[in-house]
Design a protein around this ligand. Structure first.
Ligand code: SAH
Length: 223
């Protein structure tokens, strides 16, 4: 890819990106690894050119098909939670690839990432962006029936970028012992929720964290 396009200019420059990182810090994000990866990942490449100038505002933005690229603060918060709570990060699952931005961030912090998306054209775009950025430790697929990717599990951690009305058992079952699931839950009012699988049993601990706003977790595929 063109070096200038990748590095960005003006509203997409490193300087603008650094201002966003400063804002995330002020918002309470403390994990330096997460901040470093976000500082060096060009979010403007995950948006349509017309929206690229807004890439370093701390807001979610449309990516087509009624979906949105997650707000940077939320990406940072969920990633930080995952890193601080998971015992290991060998195999990680992301549900809802969307633009591929969160995927790119996670991929640089975990060993092997599996990511599923129900809207095939979005996944196609995300895949080529990841390739352009030289990210190769990610396996993706258009989600089939059910949630997640059970054949690739169990996972040390699962991050879900779309909200179900209640936590799907299917996703909990894809967790390894001591694995953690970070997921927004709810319809009108949603809360970021952390689920931890007990080491030696099928018991799960559930912690409800701050209010959030995500698109809904849906079943069925769009080709
Ligand atoms: N982190 C992504 C967020 C995209 S929005 C980004 O920053 O771009 C959430 C995505 O979850 C949407 O693309 C939506 O199509 C997808 N999604 C919703 N339900 C899903 C399901 N059951 N399986 C996989 N993806 C799903």
């Amino acid at each position: 890819m063109d070096r200038l396009k990748r590095e960005g200019l003006g509203m997409t420059s490193q300087r603008t990106r650094n201002r966003l990182i400063q804002r995330l810090r002020e918002g309470g994000i403390q994990n330096e690894e997460v901040l470093e990866v976000m500082a060096s990942t060009p979010r403007h490449l995950f948006l349509d050119e017309a929206l690229a100038i807004r890439a370093y505002e701390d807001t979610s933005l449309p990516i087509g098909y009624g979906q949105t690229i997650s707000q940077p603060y939320i990406v940072a918060r969920m990633t930080e939670l995952l890193l601080s709570r998971a015992k290991s990060l060998h195999r990680v699952l992301e549900v809802g690839t969307g633009s591929g931005y969160q995927t790119a961030i996670l991929a640089r912090l975990v060993e092997h990432l599996c990511s599923v998306e129900r809207i095939a054209p979005l996944l196609g775009q995300a895949r080529s962006r990841l390739r352009e950025l030289g990210i190769y430790n990610v396996e993706t697929k258009v989600s089939s029936e059910g949630f997640g990717w059970p054949e690739k599990g169990p996972f040390d951690a699962i991050l879900t970028a779309a909200a179900p009305s209640s936590i799907p058992m299917e996703l909990k079952e894809q967790l390894a012992p001591e694995g953690v699931l970070v997921i927004p839950v709810g319809t009108e009012r949603q809360f970021l929720t952390l689920v931890t699988r007990r080491e030696d049993s099928d018991r799960f601990e559930v912690e409800r964290l701050e209010p959030v706003r995500f698109v809904p977790l849906l079943s069925g595929v769009i080709r």
